[in-house]
Design a protein around this ligand. Sequence first.
Ligand code: PLP
Length: 396
Amino acid sequence: MVGWQQQIKTYSSHKQDNSLSLLANRQRAWIEVDLKALAHNVRTLKSFLGHQTKLMAVVKADAYGHGAVTVAQTALANGADCLAIATLAEGVELRQAGINVPILILGAINAPEDIQAIAAWQLEPTICNPEQALVVEATMAKVGTSLPVHLKLDTGMSRLGTNWQEATSFVQLVQQLSNLQIASIYSHCATAEESDRTMMNLQHQRFRNAIKQLKKVGYVPPLLHLANSAATLSDRSYHYDLVRVGLALYGLYSAPHLQQAIELKPVLQVKAKITQIKTIPAGEGVSYGRKFITSQDTKVAVVGIGYADGIPRNLSNRLEAIISGKLVPQIGSITMDQLMLNVDRIPDLKPGEIVTLIGQQNNLSITADDWANVLNTISWEILCSFKHRLPRININ
Ligand SMILES: *Cc1c(COP(=O)(O)O)cnc(C)c1O
């Protein structure tokens, strides 16, 4: 065995006996990754898609904080066809874990040494413009092999890609480069989660137009794709040959109106243990800056999780948690490693009891969307903000 396959073998045998598993416990605070929910979401998405459309599982940013290798393996075992990540290093991590399906790098990569690494690890880059195509061609000519590449068209996102009007000349140029094989042509939607379809329809129109121009000059694209989670759930005409699904894998909806399409289950839960319980008299301040003053004698639980774990400090005094099947309010400033809860409502509480900050218990549920709404951001950002100090514990 040579090259990256050899490295995979070395890495995975090393991984068996390292001490990472010792850290993956429920000692202080942790993230539970519900692999059954993930499997359900993947299977539900697959049956929603039908046979002619492939499912590309987007596992960039450590699978939106859930752990890229486990998520990728579970998604593939339940019907996902291929993977997408954002960076070279993210792709290498998956290869090192022995994953051998096609992996698309969504980000743009320009440096020749990075392109060589992409080829060595058998990853598939996005090509955004003719200049980049020429650099990749020159690099691959030196390496002496060819590379499957994915051409990106900009239809209105104004991020990566060649403007859709120039699709034909872009594709024709890449066709002439003997070391590049066009694996797909794709674009990305800027507003797919909005219920107003105006911009999305315009982007779709531009995408169709670009493809029509290509067909006019006799080029038949091997594979076309356009849809993220929102576009996938909102309109089947966006599915094409493949959909790039991120957020929906993790059981969240890009927007509330998309909930009617399919039934998804949240995959991630955030939990922590109570470390101390005490009663504070009326009129006392709680935490830094005394941003919460007790109005009566108050039973306070200290919990071992804070902003260094990725609990946004801006949620101070605006967060709720679930203990013993009841909702309780968080009080005072969230600190680096700890936060406080008002647990007046909960009798017989002891240190060591588990608090759910994101998750479901009985009929109660707190989701990343709830936090995002309070913070005026999006659930994607919440999921990606959990730090690696929180071990990811996989629940089967
Ligand atoms: C992140 C990303 C996706 C996945 O988006 P979701 O909304 O999470 O499904 C799809 N395509 C591209 C180009 C992306 O960058």
